[in-house]
Structure formats: C-alpha cells, structure tokens
Write a protein that binds this ligand. Structure first.
Ligand code: EPZ
Length: 417
C-alpha cells in the first residue's frame, strides 16, 4: 500500500489544471452500455475509479481503453449482465450498470454495494424507482436480480434528491415506453452532463439539472462522443489549499459556475477570489476567518468538500461549526485531523472546530477519498513531516495529485510499500 510523506509548512504558488470530473465520467461510462456501438469520452481522468469502471465494462463484454484522457468504448457486442461483488465493493458507482442493462437487455445481476468508510449507503431509491418502471427486483445472496419485459414510463418521486438514483433511473427511463417524470431529482452538474450526452445520442430529456426531469422514452440510444465536465470538487480542493496555506493559485480548466457555494465560503474565510469563464484565481488571507458550514444537496455546500473545509478551519482564527446534512456520519477525518493537533468536538452530525495556531506533522490514516484530501491539506501547513497511509483512497478521485501539488511548491513524496 502506498503512502505520502509531506513536509510542512508551505505556501502554494502557481497554477494547476483541473481534470475531468470523476462523478460525471462514471455515469457517462455506464451510459455506453446500451448504445450498441463505439463511444468516445474526452477529458477522462486516469483514476483508480476509471480503471475499476473499465474492468466492469470488460466483465460485461464491453472493451474500453484510456489513452491520454480519451476513453474509447466498444459496446457493439455486450456479453455479460453481472456486476460482481469484488468490483461493486471497491466502487459503489458500479451499480450504475443496473439501469442500462435492464433497459436494453431486460436483465441485470448487480452486487449490493454494502456500506463505505463512513456508514451505510442504501440504494432503496434506485430499486423503488426501477420497480415503478416495471422491473422485477429480487435480492438473492447479496445480489440484485433485476428483470423486465420492457420498461414503462412512470412518475417517480424521490424521497431524497439522490445523485445515484437520478443517474440510474435516467439511464433506465430513456429506453422505457412512454413518459417518465423524476420529481425531486438531483440537480448536480454531473446529471446535466449525462443528459447532454444522452440527448446527443437520441434521448428525449427535459429539465436535467433541475429537480424535475421529464423523459420521453425512445427505441434506441446511439453511440456517442462527449466531453466530461471539469471536476468541481478537485477544483474546490485546490482552492481550499490555496486559502489554507495563505498562497496564491490560479486554477485552470474548471467551471466556477459549478462552485458558487464553495467560492462564497472561501471568500468568507478572507480569501480574494477572482473568477473567469474557465478559471479561478485564489489569494489566501494572512489570517483565516472562521466560517460555519452546513452541507446540503446541490447547489448547497457540497458534502464532498466538508472534510477539506474542516482542514482549513482547523487553523482559523476562532471557532467554526460543521453540520453534515447529507451523510450524517461522514467524519472519519476528525480523529486523523486531531492527531495533527486540530481541536474538534464531534457530537452526532455536528462538529465544532476551535482553530489552533499551528498543526504538527504526524502519521495519519486515509479513510475515504475526501478525508484523504483533507489530510493532505492539513499536512501542507503542519510543522514537520506527515505520513499519510492507505493513499489508494486518494488515487480513486484525484488525478496526479502529488505532481499537481508539487508544481505548486508542496513537498509531497509517494512511498510505495
Ligand atoms: C454521489 O454519491 C457521489 N458519488 C458522492 O461523491 C457524493 O458524496 C454524493 O453523491 C452526494 O453528493 C458519485 O457521484 C459517484 P446520493 P451517491 O445517492 O449517489 C441517501 C465522492 O467522494 N440515499 O446522492 O451515492 C444517501 O444515504 C463521492 O466523490 C438513500 O437513502 O449519493 C445519502 O444520505 C462520495 N437511498 C443521500 O441519499 C438511496 O437509494 C445522498 O446520497 C440513495 C441515497
């Protein structure tokens, strides 16, 4: 297992280029399943999750190859309909295979995803929605057995604006007979990116990116070529790092329009932030003002930036609070930040952080993608060396992270053990 050794403190300076969005790329890869031909995705990041999804497509008889950010997928002759446990347990987004397989082939056998580092990750909304579209769903020895003799459009009201459920149900409904309405749909930009690709391939979708999506089923979805949008969470992570280190960083190839809540909070910390169409310039303050964070569904402050902001607040000039509304137990980063000297009190889904003068380097453990990035940020300003163990978590969601931070002046070395 690889580790990172990071020497702090440092001030980041220079520019960084953002990669394609992991959470846009995964649904787009799943969407190739029902096209029956050759698809191409551009601006695809080379991540562990990309390679896991490539493995899943291969298991389904759909070869895919990534070259310098371009992913070529050949879905001409799919031959499998099962997403196995060993892939699903390493990447929950494997369940995105469910919708397209049932819609096009009338059958799918997908492992239940189980939990993750911070607790249960139910998929009841995915399954309820597929049943509404006419699928038969059975749970058998840890697997979802889904079958349908043609899906029929339906009105689906999501109890929670779930990103995954919206993706899966959109991928099922585009080939269902008649009209489907998804009420309380997730509004994330990644949903719109998926819909744009599907519309370009012949789908009839209105309202993607809003909480009401209307889909008129069609008989087939053609092979498509589509560009993955920039990763708003990766961009937010580097912006937070610039604020935390009191540095000055230009973030290129991003979309500030997808980041209003994060930019707003970083400005409240005292950062000077200028935005252009595809870039952000961040100048960190000498003193970080404390800000209170409440995570919510897009466009509210994203849960995927909660840990990174907690690293910033750990050295703010005062107390701040974090209320996690999306995943109430997403705090595995708290004990690790405390090992670096952060003063954090956690009570249920609320954390109170009392800023300290300086963090101290220490060995810490990565637990999930965003918690790992929070530990890197904290290590950048901690006094001395920090060793971060199990960084395979970070490799799932951040492309070339040590090279990108190194180019900004961070001393970060990967140790292969
Ligand atoms: C997506 O996960 C992202 N993953 C997550 O990013 C992100 O944290 C999350 O959305 C919220 O924004 C991908 O896009 C691959 P949800 P997803 O379904 O789809 C509950 C990262 O670091 N829920 O929107 O799994 C659920 O428990 C990852 O990149 C149900 O109750 O999230 C949660 O409380 C981590 N039943 C809430 O909804 C369901 O059937 C939102 O979850 C589905 C979800």
């Amino acid at each position: 297992m690889d580790s990172f050794m990071i020497k702090g403190p440092c001030r980041l300076k220079g520019s960084v280029t953002i990669s394609g969005a992991k959470n846009a790329m995964l649904p787009l890869m799943a969407a190739t399943i029902f096209t029956g031909g050759k698809c191409r995705l551009e601006n695809v990041p080379d991540l562990r999750d990309t390679r896991t999804m490539i493995k899943l497509l291969k298991v389904l008889g759909i070869p895919a190859e990534l070259n310098e950010g371009t992913l070529d997928v050949d879905a001409s002759d799919p031959s499998g309909f099962e997403a196995p446990y060993d892939l699903v347990r390493t990447m929950r987004a494997s369940i995105y295979a469910l919708g397209p397989l049932v819609a096009r082939f009338g059958k799918a056998r997908v492992s239940l995803p189980g939990g993750c580092a911070w607790g249960p990750r139910p998929i009841n909304l995915h399954l309820q929605g597929l049943k509404s579209l006419g699928a038969e769903i059975r749970i058998d020895h840890g697997y979802i057995d889904a079958s349908a003799d043609g899906l029929k459009g339906a009105e689906i009201i999501l109890a929670i604006p779930s990103v995954g459920a919206t993706v899966n149900l959109m991928l099922a409904a585009v080939l269902a007979e008649g009209e489907t309405v998804i009420e309380n749909a997730a509004c994330e930009p990644e949903i719109k990116n998926l819909a744009d690709a599907l519309i370009g391939a012949g789908a009839k979708i209105d309202g993607a990116g809003s909480s009401r999506i209307i889909i008129e089923g069609v008989s087939k979805i053609d092979p498509f070529t589509h560009r993955v949008i920039p990763d708003r969470i990766e961009a937010g992570t580097y912006a937070a790092a610039a604020v935390l280190t009191g540095g000055e960083v230009t973030i290129n190839d991003c979309n500030p329009d997808h980041m209003h809540a994060v930019i707003d909070k970083l400005r409240s910390c005292g950062a000077e932030i200028e935005t252009a169409e595809r870039s952000i310039h961040v100048k960190g303050p000498d003193k970080i003002f404390p800000v209170d964070i409440e995570t919510g569904f897009y466009p509210a402050f994203p849960t995927d930036m909660q840990a990174q902001m907690m690293a910033v607040m750990s050295v703010a000039d005062g107390a701040s609070s974090f209320v996690e509304h999306v995943y109430t137990d997403r705090f595995t980063h708290v004990p690790e930040l405390k090992r670096l000297g952060a003063k954090i009190n956690l009570d249920g889904s609320v954390a109170v952080v009392n800023g300290v003068e300086r963090l101290q380097g220490a060995p810490v453990m990565a637990t999930d993608i965003r918690a790992s990035s929070a530990l890197i940020l904290a290590a950048l300003v901690a006094e001395g060396d920090t060793k971060i163990l199990r960084i395979y978590h970070i490799d799932r969601g951040y492309e070339k992270i040590e090279a990108k931070f190194g180019k900004l002046g961070a001393e970060i070395t990967r140790i292969s053990e």
